[in-house]
Design a protein around this ligand. Structure first.
Ligand code: SF4
Length: 675
């Protein structure tokens, strides 16, 4: 299986993987699967544990044994635990999904509430928005909404470039288009899918909520909403009706820069060509200080038009097989409050993790208790807002250990770096997200060098921390057997059936809610969220201008007049990964900033010029790509390049979304100048 979802076939000769083939040819054009053997056999792969010899950030290392490495890690984590309490140790995950439950278990077995992952700024903002609106079982509403549905007559693709972000389903979208699917695209950029749309709404980044309210204004005033569904299955519609009165297309045009006539045309097309589906981005609507409410407004478009839980509309998706939860998360309730849980209670409680974007603050303040050590599965500096400040703050920790494939900017902060086995070199259990076919994939090859699979690292460390029994004394099969008990499958069964064992996932008929209701506190779709009201937050998706924008900060916009958005997917890379893989690096050798000619010409900037992008947090340099595919007044930066090209160096870590704790990396202010 390539990185996250496309099954592949690997040919092995004399213990070496010599060829890789993709099984689902629909994603064949994605270049990353072809490059996986270059990744696995990369000469810079970490082959043995190392300890730092110089000062943090200097990158001088000494090879050590696994015993010395794990003894050192255990001794330092135990020392922090004994002196400051187990909560003073943070456990952070940057990459890979499948081994996470083992890491989650280690965190809580150790006694720390502080299990944090990159989900602190990934798709969980949409998860929370869906949960607040439709119930805790709707977390995957956005993540699964990108699948093309042959029953849909209209698709509204909101803030996602399907071609780059979901190669597996790109072809299906093109085929549906050829069969007459109407297509509305919402994106500040003229992406490939936007160039094929019937209507393209090219909005100012961060104004998604206003656009959705403007479309609902038209739908309600044109009487195009589903009265029956609203009456029986929603709460708070009267409040919404009043709210959208403040958002007529003419005003929304001022806010979003999308022509009012186009907003009206798109609203009517979406509401009348039913069933219609919104393909929701997994974070371009939530990477803002007003993100969760933005996304709630988009979900309500689907609800008030009666497009929820109908074929061709937006529907519930099973979270995966009902396996036993091995995370020990139930212990957190008896632990001190986790990082960010007092500032972002809604997110931390419902997403069952602590908020990474609050770690830096707690290290700096030492409140409500000091953070002293970090054990991290990958440490991706580029992930954090105001990354330079984050790196300097992490240097204050007494001890940092990181598991990684390669030396990275993040490992330069570590005291110990442990080499991990890649997906070809370890067991992979497929039973979670959307897996009908429960499978145990055996390692295709032996681990490279002395690298170890995550399970072995965590269970061996657990032994040294006196937690061996919690990890079945290192017996992986016993862990799998426990996890799969509810499915009545054993590890041995899976070994006997490498093709996998079918366990159909639960399905729900159309309009299932007529019998079961929704799992929200009211049993209905909560247009006005009772949970938000409980926390003193706007129950309705009231539109808030981005904290940093030409409208909210005209003073700041004098020095930083352009809107910065970052993080648009490029097909060559998965976030910070793969820039050291030659065949992928050739696809995008340098980070390119999309800048409109109207902004480039007055600055004397031409394509390929080296430019400086600066914000109140600092400055970086990249190459210019002068193009009219980006809205004038907006610049689009690729994300997670290292060091002086790291877009998150420019992003504010103060003004996080009050519900999710997400960073506003898609709506900041900046200036661009030629170097
Ligand atoms: S889309 Fe590309 S990178 Fe992602 S799993 Fe498929 S082949 Fe791999």
């Amino acid at each position: 299986m390539c990185t996250d979802s496309c099954p592949t076939r690997v040919h092995v000769r004399d213990g070496r993987a010599v060829k890789i083939e993709i099984v689902n040819d629909k994603a064949a054009y994605c270049p990353r699967w072809k490059a996986q053997l270059d990744f696995v056999y990369h000469p810079d792969r970490l082959q043995y544990p190392v300890k730092r010899t110089g000062r943090r950030g200097e990158g001088s290392w000494q090879r050590i044994s696994w015993d010395e490495a794990l003894d050192t890690v255990a001794a330092n984590l135990q020392a922090a635990k004994d002196k400051y309490g187990p909560e003073s140790v943070v456990f952070w995950v940057a990459y890979t999904k499948e081994p996470r439950p083992y890491f989650h278990r280690l965190t809580h077995a150790f006694g720390s509430p502080n299990y944090c992952t990159e989900s602190s700024s990934c798709f969980s903002g949409t998860w929370i928005a869906a949960e607040l609106t439709c119930g805790p079982d709707y977390g995957l509403l956005a993540a699964q909404s990108n699948m093309a549905d042959p029953a849909s007559r209209c698709n509204m693709i909101w803030g996602t470039s399907i071609q780059n972000s979901h190669p597996q389903v790109w072809q299906e979208h093109l085929e549906a288009r050829e069969k007459g699917l109407k297509l509305i695209v919402v994106d500040p950029r003229v992406t490939t899918i936007a160039s094929r749309a019937d209507i393209h709404l090219q909005l100012r980044p961060g104004t998604d909520g206003a656009l959705a309210l403007g479309m609902m204004n038209v739908i309600i005033n044109e009487n195009l909403y589903d009265k029956d569904f609203i009456e029986k299955w929603t709460t708070g519609f009267d409040g919404l009706r009043k709210l959208v009165e403040e958002y007529p297309p003419e005003r929304v045009e001022q806010i979003t820069r999308v022509p009012g006539a186009k907003i009206k045309e798109a609203a009517i097309l979406y509401a009348t060509r039913k069933p219609a589906k919104i393909a929701m981005a997994i974070n371009s609507t939530t990477h803002h200080a007003n993100g969760v409410q933005n996304h709630r407004a988009i979900i309500l478009l689907s609800a008030i038009t009666g497009n929820i839980e109908v074929a061709g509309g937006n529907r519930w998706t099973p979270h995966g097989q009902p396996v036993n939860d091995i995370t020990l998360h139930e212990r957190v309730i008896d632990m001190p409050p986790g990082v960010g849980s007092q500032r972002f209670p809604i997110w931390t409680k419902r997403y069952r993790e602590m908020q990474s974007n609050a770690i830096v603050d707690q290290i700096d303040s030492g409140q409500p208790y000091p953070l002293k050590a970090l054990f991290s599965a990958g440490l991706n500096i580029q992930f954090f807002p105001n990354s330079h400040h984050m790196a300097e703050t992490f240097k204050k920790l007494d001890f940092i250990a990181v598991t990684e494939y390669f030396q990275t900017p993040g490992t330069q902060l570590a005291d110990i770096v442990l080499p991990i086995a890649s997906w070809l070199e370890r067991h992979i259990l497929i039973a979670d997200l959307g897996a009908e076919n429960v499978k145990l994939i055996e390692p295709a090859i032996e681990p490279i060098g002395e690298s170890w699979p995550e399970w072995k690292i965590y269970s061996e460390l657990a032994k040294r921390l006196g937690l061996g029994d919690v990890f079945w004394d290192g017996d992986f099969e016993k862990c799998i057997n426990y996890k799969l008990e509810p499915l009545n499958i054993t590890c041995e069964d899976l070994k006997q059936h490498p093709e996998g064992i079918k366990r159909p996932l639960p399905v729900r008929p159309e309009k299932y809610y007529e019998k079961a209701g929704f799992l929200t506190p009211s049993g209905k779709v909560e247009i006005a969220s009772s949970i938000l009201a409980e926390h003193g937050l706007d129950p309705l998706p009231v539109y808030q201008e981005p904290v940093e924008s030409p409208v909210s900060r005209p003073d700041l916009a004098e020095a930083y007049p352009l809107v910065l958005t970052s993080g648009a997917r490029v097909i060559a890379y998965t976030h910070s990964q793969f820039r050291n893989i030659g065949q992928l690096r050739r696809l995008m050798p340098e980070p390119l900033v999309d800048i409109n000619p109207a902004d480039a010409e007055p600055r004397g900037i031409q394509s390929s010029d080296t430019i400086k992008i600066s914000s109140p947090r600092g400055s970086i340099r990249m190459k210019a790509n002068v193009t009219d595919t980006i809205l004038a007044g907006v610049v689009s930066l690729p994300h997670q390049w290292p060091d002086e090209a790291n877009a998150n160096l420019l992003v504010d870590d103060r003004t996080l979304d009050p519900i999710s704790g997400f960073l506003p990396c898609k709506s900041q202010l900046c200036q661009v100048s030629k170097l």
